[in-house]
Design a protein around this ligand. Structure first.
Ligand SMILES: Nc1ncnc2c1ncn2[C@@H]1O[C@H](COP(=O)(O)OP(=O)(O)OP(=O)(O)O)[C@@H](O)[C@H]1O
Ligand SMILES: [Mg+2]
Length: 278
C-alpha cells in the first residue's frame, strides 16, 4: 500500500522539473514583508526550498515562524513580496499543500475516518474515494483499527498521527508542519520523529517543519533555517549532511551532531533588537 503511488521518483536533482526548471514541490519566498498593525513582523525574508527537501525552521518565540508557514499555506496574506509553490503564486490555500498544526485540529464530533477524509470531501473528492484514501493514510501513520474512534478516545500521539494522516491523505506535494510534536511526551515525540523519518524516506515530498527543538531539527532536516526576531528574518541556513536513512539514535551518535547542535544554539543565543513599530 502506498499513499503516493503517483509520486515522482525523488531526491534526484533535475527530476520532475518542467521546461522552466521549476519542480512541483519547489517553494520560493521572495522579499517577504509582513506587518500586523504597525508592527513589522517579517522583514525582507528570502528562502528557497527545493522539491522533496526536508527543511526545519527554528527561531525564538514570536519571530514569525507560524506567520511564515501560514503565508506559505495561503492562510495569511503577504503584505509585500511573493511566495510561489511549483511556479504557482500563492494567493489562497493550494490543493497540493497539506498542513499539520500543533493542536491537531480534529473535529471532536467526527470519527478519525471522517476527520481524515474531510479535506478531500471539501475539495470535491467522492465519498468512496475519500474514505479509501483516508483508510490508507490512517494505516500509513500506524492508526489501523482506529477509523471509527472519536478524538476523545485517542492519546495525544494518536491525535497527532490522525492530524498527519489528514494532511497526507490529500497526497500533497508540500507538507507544512507547525510544531506538530510539541504537545506529546518526550518518548512519544521520538517515536513520532522516527515514524516521520520512515514515512518521508518512503514517500518523499517537500516538508517545512517548525520546531523549538534543535535535536528534532537536526534529526529530521536536510537543512535547518535559523530565524531571528524583531523583525523576523532568516539568520542562517545550515545544511545537515548526516547520512540517511537516519534514526534518532544514529543522528545523536553521528560525529557531526555536536558541532551542528552548538552552531544552532549559538545562533539562537544572539540577542535580538526591540520590536520595530512598538
Ligand atoms: N493574527 C495576528 N494578529 C496580530 N499579531 C499577530 C497575529 N499573528 C501573529 N501575530 C504576532 O506576530 C508575531 C509572530 O507570531 P508567530 O506566531 O508567527 O511567531 P512564532 O515564531 O510562531 O512564535 P512561537 O514560537 O511562540 O509559536 C508575534 O509578535 C505575534 O504576536
Ligand atoms: Mg508558532
Amino acid at each position: 500500500m502506498t499513499i503516493h503511488d503517483d509520486a515522482p521518483a525523488t531526491g534526484t536533482p533535475g527530476k520532475n522539473r518542467g521546461a522552466s526548471g521549476v519542480a512541483s514541490g519547489d517553494i520560493k519566498c521572495r522579499e517577504i514583508f509582513k506587518w500586523f498593525g504597525s508592527s513589522l513582523i517579517i522583514e525582507d525574508l528570502n528562502l528557497d526550498i527545493a522539491h522533496n527537501e526536508f527543511v526545519c525552521v527554528v527561531g525564538p518565540s514570536g519571530c514569525g515562524k507560524t506567520t511564515l508557514l501560514r503565508m506559505i499555506a495561503g492562510l495569511t496574506d503577504i503584505d509585500n513580496g511573493s511566495i510561489e509553490i511549483g511556479g504557482t503564486r500563492v494567493t489562497k490555500p493550494l490543493a497540493t499543500v497539506g498542513v499539520v498544526f500543533q493542536q491537531f485540529g480534529l473535529f471532536p464530533w467526527k470519527t478519525v475516518l471522517r476527520n481524515v477524509a474531510l479535506p478531500m470531501r471539501a475539495a470535491g473528492v467522492s465519498k468512496e474515494e475519500a474514505f479509501t484514501r483516508a483508510r490508507e493514510a490512517i494505516e500509513l501513520v500506524g492508526l489501523k483499527g482506529s477509523d471509527a474512534k472519536y478524538p476523545a478516545q485517542l492519546s495525544g500521539g494518536m491525535k497527532q498521527r490522525a492530524g498527519l494522516a489528514r494532511a497526507l491523505a490529500i497526497r500533497p506535494e508540500v507538507i507544512l508542519l507547525d510544531e506538530p510534536f510539541a504537545a506529546v511526551d518526550a518518548q512519544t515525540r521520538e517515536i513520532l520523529q522516527e515514524e516521520l523519518l520512515n514515512l518521508w524516506g518512503r514517500h518523499k515530498q517537500t516538508a517545512v517543519f517548525i520546531t523549538h527543538s534543535i535535536d528534532e531539527a537536526i534529526t529530521l532536516a536536510d537543512r535547518v533555517i535559523v530565524m531571528g526576531a524583531h523583525p523576523g528574518r532568516v539568520v542562517k541556513e545550515i545544511p545537515i549532511p548526516i547520512e540517511r536513512p537516519r534514526t534518532v539514535a544514529s543522528v545523536r551518535r553521528d560525529p557531526l551532531y555536536p558541532s551542528l547542535r552548538e552552531e544552532i544554539w549559538d545562533l539562537l543565543r544572539i540577542p535580538t533588537s526591540t520590536p520595530k513599530g512598538q
